[in-house]
Design a binder for this molecule. Sequence first.
Ligand code: PLP
Length: 446
Amino acid sequence: MSVHDLLYLVPNSTPPKVVRGEGVNLYTDDNKKIIDGTGGAAVSSLGYGNREVIESMKTQAEKVCYVHNMAFTNEPAEELAHILVSQHPDVFARAYFANSGSEAVEAALKFALQYWQLRGEPERTHFVSRKQSYHGNTLFALGIGKMVSRRAPYVGVFPKVTSYVDPCYAYRCKKEGETDEQYVYRLEKQLEDEFLVVGPNRIAAFIAETVPGTCLGCATPVDGYFKAVRRVCDKFDILLILDEVMCGLGRTGTFHAWEQEGITPDLQTNAKTLAAGYQPISSVLVSHRVYKAFEESNAQLANFHTYQAHPLACSAAVTVQKIMLREKLVDKVAAIGKYLDEQLHKTFDSHPHVGDIRGRGVFWGLEFVKDKKSKQWFDPKYKVGALISKVGIKNGAFLNPGAGTYDGVHGDHIMVAPPYIITKEEVDTLISILAKSIDEAIASLP
Ligand code: PLP
């Protein structure tokens, strides 16, 4: 009997079986080496097989693996909260831990709802989100986001508390001749109009990814966009939740991606690189404004998970974040990110099917087009992003694909988001396999 008979997989699919990882490379059971160009799903910031993280988990496992977080605290959870909050003690008051990005988003949404109840405005139950957004897989988080394919089977059951505005997506949505200021003004006006239509005193929060990953392939916000968002939220006293599950903790070249936007959030989520994949863990960073409401009412967030603030997961995250700080990996991301930026542009600027190259740090997206001049996309039935990714694995590089980049249905991208430790030589290898795979995949289309 093959493993495929028991393990739930996409029917009739046979993904390669990984048996080992080392540095930026994965190795399969047939000894194939695959360079991980997206660190899994932008998770593996330190690469695979980091001895220091592994040893720290062993040490913690000898002490205690699990304690019930409703009755006890634990050493690594406290240390992790300290590391995260102390990066910006003026912004954040507390750190809350969960197990996945989706759970962190759910918790952030609940923090917002409960905040308004504590403030005496319980009618604030509506959220404004963005078209082409992804905030996780659990029903509430999936409902708040707009990922068409994953939402499709469940649309009938999502809570009816969300409306959507355009994201900042300059490649396709900034008009011909429009300046950044004019584009930002248009988006600002749209957000304000949406707030007014819903009724600002019914809105709990606006949620956005600072640099969006899954649905928009690293489409970086234009200058001033988030300042405008913060301005409108402040005008109507609406909370701002920044979802940095994918783009946070160093990936864009600063510890938090919002540091490059000149604003601060009221609530922030993180997950993927928190423990760099060595353990599943996520966090919500809670601003002084939000925490004060809970503190003054002596209230607890009504949201509990059995494995919340799990000691082993927290110990892995503590070591990962200590390495980040000690090795100044955020600066290294900025440096290797500059090289990645140059090489992506050098290799693909003149490629007839690479319409846009965008990103920051080690968080880059390539958007594919059938025709570069008209920006016409490939027929969605060919799933070009997924096809390039599949050919990439065959050729020895993993790159995470995205589909529906334009409107949830049309448009394709892949993400280049390697571990922070990637070297220039490894960037060269990755880009040459990527170039070969793009050409091979597109040549195979009918
Ligand atoms: N939020 C964002 C921005 C994400 O990219 C993701 C996952 O890709 C999530 C939330 C959900 O995280 P998880 O898959 O860990 O539940």
